[in-house]
Design a protein around this ligand. Sequence first.
Ligand SMILES: [Zn+2]
Ligand SMILES: [Zn+2]
Length: 391
Amino acid sequence: MWYNGLLDLPVWQLVLVALGLTHVTIVSVTLYLHRHSAHNSLDLNPVLKHFFRFWLWLTTSINTKEWTAIHRKHHAMCETENDPHSPVVRGLKKVVLEGAELYAEAATPETLERYGQRTPEDWVERNLYSRHRTLGIALMAVINLALFGVHGIWIWALQMMWIPVWAAGVINGIGHYFGYRNFECSDNARNIVPLAIFIGGEELHNNHHTYPNSSKLSRRWFEVDIGWGYIRLFQLFGLAKPKGYRPIAHSVPGKLDVDVETVQAIANNRFDIMRQYRKRVMEPVLRQQKHLMEDEIKPRYRQFRKLLSREVTLIKPRDQEQLETLLEKNAVLRQIYEKSHELQALWRRRGVKPQEKLHALMDWCRDAEASGIRYLEDFAAHLKSYALRPM
Ligand SMILES: [Zn+2]
Ligand SMILES: [Zn+2]
């Protein structure tokens, strides 16, 4: 007879225990490593923080400084040669299958020095967690064997593969390849699914790359970020304090004038503004034009709908050509396309004085109102209502 451990649990309970253990690891990664350490979007109570650190040492052998540095570099260099794990540059297969190896490769002294600031360097880090990095997972194996007997072996194996598969492979690979985009951030990040429960909220990767300093990763009513649920729960007990999740800009009903504050508000809220431009201007105008020029638009309607609002650096040359052909043939679509780029120039151009930006926005609104395109006129009125404070 096999030795079944001190707890002697039936198999179905062992499965639940294994899923529970790996879930704690996922929560530790998303709350402690990602939202707290890498992005500083969350304050954690020191005891809870240390629990997460200890748990990661015990179940993953991840080093906080290394993980944080590599992740910050990923955001800073996203989808370039220097991005430690971009599937766009390195190929999806490599990132999904060798995600953990890419981390090991990327942990160079220069990267740690440049991106690893504000990570633990205390006694326990130097003498235990960093010095004896694999001791934790060895200890976990012994604990598993003692508690669950032979079943401890597969539970341990599951624990060891959990982060390499889900975080390094799925998030870093799939999250930059497949899924939907709420916002046109400058990299290829995507939301894998709106129900972000399995990987602790990290599935909402397009939202995260758009608002990296927000501790809340869900943005739309149907998106569920379970990590945010834990943050709220810990906050209830005074163990966590989220930062950066509240909107900076507000649409104030009845506000009719453009001022410097409007410029700041829409620049702060730029990704959401462009999303609204897509919904309120591009999509209805494209629908209108579809009836007028069936032959050109109809066969590629869905594709054009995406391309019109896609971040320009992400459009492939062949798609770019098709888009240009369409815009040459249709003056109304060209006009709304050009207006979207003029609006983006407002926050993309560096070193421009606030007053100059204000005049550019006033000109933009005036032209939009005189365009004869109803959706564009309405959008100009909507832009004017923005302020940094709610009513
Ligand atoms: Zn990413
Ligand atoms: Zn991040």
